[in-house]
Design a protein around this ligand. Sequence first.
Ligand code: GLU
Length: 546
Amino acid sequence: MEQLLFPDIDKTPADYEAMYPPRNLGEGAKVTRFAPSPTGFLHFGSLFAAFIAAQTAGKDGVFYLRIEDTDKKREVENAVEGIVNGLKDFGIIPSEGAISDNAETGAYAPYTQSRRTPIYQAYVKDLVSKGLAYPCFMTEEEIAEIRKAQEAEKALPGIYGKYAKYRGITAEEAKKRIDAGEEYVVRLKSPGKPDGRIKFKDEIKGKIEIQENILDIVLLKKDGTPTYHFAHAIDDHLMRTTHVTRGDEWLSSVPIHLQLFYVLGFKAPKYAHIAPIMKEDEETHGKRKLSKRKDPEAAVSFYAEAGYPAGAVNEYLMTIANSNYEDWKRANKTETIEKFPFALNKMSKAGALFDLVKLHDISKTYISTLDTETVYNAVLAWSNVYDEELYRLITDAPDYARRIFSIERGNKKPRKDIGKWSEVKDYIAYFYDDLFDGEYESIPNVTSEDARAILERYLEIYDPDGAAEDWFPQVQALAEELGFARSPKDYKAEPDRYKGHAGDVSSVIRVAVTGRRNTPDLYSIMQTMGGSKVRERITAAKDALK
Ligand code: GLU
């Protein structure tokens, strides 16, 4: 029978075993994979799954990318490049597998299922020869009728037992039907028993016991390509995967998979089923899955466009992955996530809640620890793709941009002003005449008359070469001269005596120079801008107050 079904297949499982031998890795090294379908959309949940697989493999193991393109209907052009680049944006770089739509790297190739058809067929041929699989000629109509009957009887749906009409088909009958042009699939002759139970330990969900598989599932479809289930067993075996990390929508398929590994004579991998990332629904306040349709942040491209640095997104992914990461980070502030002892069994069984505000906070802290050059280069790379004007500004005067980024950076308590690169333009806008809008925030407690007086007087005493330590004392002297207290404390003690305090005076200067009340250290800003621009700004603000 096997020769009838697969006349052109001449390789045997033994040939493939020899071609793809067990990997030569150190004791305990893990082999993991990310196995997306090339649908053209990389979901944040997929990025998370890839991250988990990469973390599980760690430095000693192997993490590879396999393309599961057996469903041609869902396929999109250049999708592999999209996946590879989507992962790369976050520093997730598989050590083997697909690298573009047409190229792959690694000794266990091909890593694209559509290029592996002869391999699948060789294994099915072997199963058929052993009587463990058979051709099934049932038509769609027959199957639909069976489904209807099963519904009426409240029986388990699928092809098994009395419904498995072709289980005992002879080679002669198969030949007759094939010669008559009938189409067929190849089904597993499931060894499962209706009362059989299987037990296994999921690395995330823990001990699981479920009904074993009794369905004669399809191994090869009518066109000779494999089903997901069969391809998974063959690929993860031949690519020597030790840990299958994947979404928990596959948990209920584990009985099928373990049975396939058993029938094929393969050692089963360990499974780790990842709960989906949840989101609080704004309308119902209940929890739901992060949705491609409803949530822009479900698309991985969202993070690159917004300009969240890879390191920050990785840290955020780790907080979702292992909730003890945050405590660890608090205790190891200067360590990077590579040092964190990630563990599959510390992952949430039910699904962690997605929180954009938290990502933003993590990112602010992360960016605050980067050095000036790193920030400059990251903004350069981001703006090159997403913001031409910003790119031009920072490349026209690179040193000016570097000085801006260096303000209050590198000190003990760096400012956390920037959460993503798309915030940079607004953050630095007042340093550039092209972007400075000449709008001034109003300062409470200071009349326009007083503000004008402050600016007039400040123009007279402003010294572009003045030292940092002289700056505030000078403002205090000016405050005193114009009827303001030297400090908030003095002002509070005798509010009737003063118009305000030195802080209000410096606010007037700050708003004149930057347009804003809240900025980094004003002295550093003025030093960066230089004397003539500072004078211009103060003069313009003074005039605007008239
Ligand atoms: N291709 C499957 C998917 O898109 C992969 C599942 C797995 O990782 O085994 O979900």
